[in-house]
Every structure is written in C-alpha cells, then in structure tokens.
Design a binder for this molecule. Structure first.
Ligand code: NAP
Length: 402
C-alpha cells in the first residue's frame, strides 16, 4: 500500500444530494464552516427554493450548527428536485459548472417501499448520466452500503469483494444499492466514480442520537430484553455519522485515490463486541442489566411479547417483531467490513461504538423504542400511545476513544 497522501483540492462547485438526511446533514454541517461553501449546490425535495432552504436550515440546526452560520445558506444554492423525476431539473444551468458530486440520496429503508428500485437504481443512474453529460465532473462520489455484499459474503468482507448480480439479500434496499453500483460502472464507464460504502451508521460521537436514533433502538431493545440473536463475543461493525462524513470528505478532496471503492467501517480493529455494547448501555436499563444475557432464536424473542408493554410502552408490536426478525438476521450474519483501503488513504479508524453508546442512550432516553423505530420504518404506523420512558438515569461520562 502506498503511504498516506494528505493533500486536498478545493471543492468548488460541489453538488450534494440527500443533504436533508442523516449522513448528508452531517456532511453539510461540516462544509458550512468552510470557504468552499458558497459554491455548494444542494438537490432538495422541495416545492421552491425557500422551502428547500428551510429544510436545509432545519437539518443544520439539528446538528447544532451555530446560528451565525445559518445565513450562509442561500436560496440560490438549492436545486429543487427528486431522483424519481430527474428530467424536471436536468436542464438547470447551474449543473454545467458542477465538478464534484456527493450522492447521498437514497430510499434508505429496510421496509418494503414501492419506490426503492425507482429511486435507488433507475433515478440514481439517470441523475449520474445527466451530470456526466452536462457537468464537468472530476469526481462522482456515490454513497453505497457495505451490506450490499449480500448474505453469502465471508467475514471480514474485503473492499474488492464482488458479490455478483445473483447475490442473495435480506432486503430489496441492499440489492438496489448493489445493482446501482454495477449499473453505474457498466452503463457510464467514463464516470469518475468513487464509491464509499458505510457499514452501519449509528449516532454521532458528540451529539449521540439527537439527530437520528436510526438503528440504535435495536441495541436498546436487545439490552433491555437481555436477549438477542448473537453471542456476546460477536463483533458488530458500526460507525458514527460524524466519522462517516469526515471520511467521505477526505475521499472527495484527495486529488488522487488508489482505488474506486472503499468501506467506511470499523473493521476488526474498531468494532465493539456485542457484550461491550451491552455493558455501555447497562446503566440505562437499571436492574435488568444484572440478569444473565442469553443468545436466543427469533421465536424465543416473540414469546416475550407479553412483557413488551411494560418494557417498551404501547406500540405496534407486530412491526417491532418484524423489525426484530430482520435486524436479528443481519446481526446473526456477524459480518465485519475490512477497511484497509480507507486507512491507507490516511483516514483514521473510527471511535468504537461502545465508547459513545452511552451518549446515544442518553439522547434517546425520553423516546420509546417505538418512537425511535420510526426513523427506520418511515411511514409505518409504529406508536400506539406515547408511553412513559421505562427508566431515566443520568448519563455516565462518555469515554474517550482508545
Ligand atoms: N444509515 C446507515 O446506516 C447507512 C449505512 C450504509 C449506507 N447508507 C447510505 O447512506 C446514504 C444516506 O443515508 P441516510 O442514513 O442519511 O438516509 P436518510 O436519513 O433516510 O436520508 C436520505 C436522504 O435521501 C433523500 N432522498 C430520498 N429519496 C429521494 C428522492 N427520490 N430524490 C431525492 N432525494 C431523496 C432524502 O430526502 P428527504 O429528506 O426529502 O426524504 C434524504 O435527504 C444512503 O445512500 C444510504 O444508502 C446509510
């Protein structure tokens, strides 16, 4: 591997999609501080520029961006549009000057969504084609997902692993992300494509789950039940969103990259074991943490449902059980994502999840599991009644990364 090259190019005329989302929001909350910000363009689903600007301001505020910086967001930076209607904004003159793209937008949902293929494959491909033809692209940084490796991949999954088009997937979402990558390469061979594939993004090392409790609720739920489908010794590959955003910006700005596909992951070195995560969450579940942990089947988890109202409050138990089955299946795969290429680009390892999990627990303690779940099952009826939090305990201090 070649030694780390820390040069960065200016990122004039960057176009970002998905900036109203979790990862895209983290990215713009960094860019807004920089000199390059005025030339940044944002593709936003909005009826007009003012509405789009308001959506961007809301996400920046959730990332605690100082008020004084918010006036740097200008309506002229907003391109209103959706990946399922690329032709409506394809003729926008501002696209001509774009030199770099971060394509973060996707229907990032494990729920069956009728538009997953349309947005994540066809719309994304059309978007890339338009930019390739009309802009002066030097880099098209597409955010994929490491789980697009499918269920048969051997762990640790290498960054050069090719699952092939017949790979089996647990959900259509990961299948759509892999298909999109393949089609981008096959149908647009001249596209200056770099794919960044995050593993599981949970929380932020500083803000915890204040912005989004996406996926964190699975850990909270399993820690409360003291049962889940994996062994305590199993490592789980999780990265914080702030790390992910920083890594993507390095991959965007480095003038030369050694590869065109990278895992933004914890890898073997920085993945916490399930037991370490449970220990970090123990102060938040009080006395139950003294009960011995058991690895169980999904059926055994289902048998506990009579205790759900007491433990989690009232909510859509059927959806919770479906979600538990799905996330349990992912957890049971026990896949870690090798990140040697990313480290070789000079990007440091992420903070281990166990080291900031308490921050995540503290920032979700007033939300029921059902309310947290809504972030991953957008549109599904999850909460029946807002329950009281099961337990409120002051947060232990967040430990520094080792
Ligand atoms: N979160 C993870 O654990 C994880 C892990 C690996 C990879 N990823 C990838 O990271 C990227 C960002 O994920 P995220 O967690 O930030 O998801 P998110 O919070 O759900 O954000 C998704 C973003 O995509 C936008 N979007 C959705 N449909 C769109 C459409 N038809 N046209 C234009 N924009 C659209 C959303 O806009 P609206 O606000 O208008 O809905 C939002 O800005 C995705 O590519 C995802 O596959 C995420």
């Amino acid at each position: 591997m070649k030694s780390a090259d820390n040069r960065k190019v200016q990122i004039n005329h960057l176009l970002i999609t998905g900036a109203t989302g979790f990862l895209g929001g983290a990215i713009i909350s960094r860019l807004i501080h920089g000199d390059d910000w005025p030339s940044v363009l944002l593709l936003v689903r909005a009826s007009n520029g003012a509405d789009g600007r308001a959506r961007i301001l809301a996400v920046l505020k959730s990332f605690m961006v100082p008020e004084a910086l918010l006036s740097r967001v200008e309506t002229r930076q907003i391109i209103c549009g959706s990946l399922d209607g690329v032709s409506k904004f394809a003729g926008d003159e501002r696209l001509r000057n774009v030199t770099r793209v971060i394509n973060c937008a996707a229907l990032a949902s494990f729920a069956n969504h009728p538009q997953v293929w349309q947005v994540n494959v066809e719309g994304t491909l059309e978007f890339a084609r338009v930019l390739h033809e009309r802009a002066q692209l030097r880099r098209f940084l597409h955010v994929g997902t490491a789980m697009s490796c499918g269920v048969q991949a051997a762990s640790p999954v290498r960054e050069d692993y090719e699952p092939g088009t017949s790979a089996k997937h647990l959900v259509e979402y990961t299948d759509s992300k892999l298909t999109c990558e393949y089609k981008l390469r096959q149908e647009l061979p001249g596209l200056p494509l770099v794919v960044a594939r995050p593993s599981i993004i949970v929380g932020d090392t500083r803000l915890g789950c204040r912005v989004s409790p996406s996926i964190f609720w699975v850990f909270g739920m399993a820690a409360t039940l003291r049962r889940f489908t994996c062994e305590l010794e199993q490592q789980i590959d999780v990265v914080p969103v702030d790390y992910c955003a920083d890594a993507i910006l390095v991959l965007l700005q480095k003038p030369d990259l050694s590869f065109d596909r990278y895992h933004i992951s914890a890898g073997h070195e920085s993945s916490s074991t399930y037991g370490e995560i449970c220990s970090a969450l123990a102060p938040f579940i009080g006395g139950r943490s003294a009960e011995p942990y058991q690895k169980v089947s999904h059926e055994a988890l289902c048998e506990l449902q009579s205790s759900f109202d007491t433990l989690f409050g009232a909510g859509n138990k059927r959806l919770l059980l479906r979600a538990m089955r799905l996330y349990g299946q992912f957890a049971a795969l026990g896949i870690i994502f090798d990140n040697r290429r990313t480290l070789a680009e000079g990007i440091p390892s992420p903070m281990s999840f166990a080291n900031y999990a308490a921050r995540c627990a503290d920032t979700t303690k007033d939300l029921s599991i059902y309310e947290q779940m809504k972030y991953d099952f957008k549109g599904a009826a999850v909460v029946v009644n807002r329950p009281k939090p099961v337990k409120e305990i002051a947060a232990p201090a967040v430990q520094e990364a080792a």
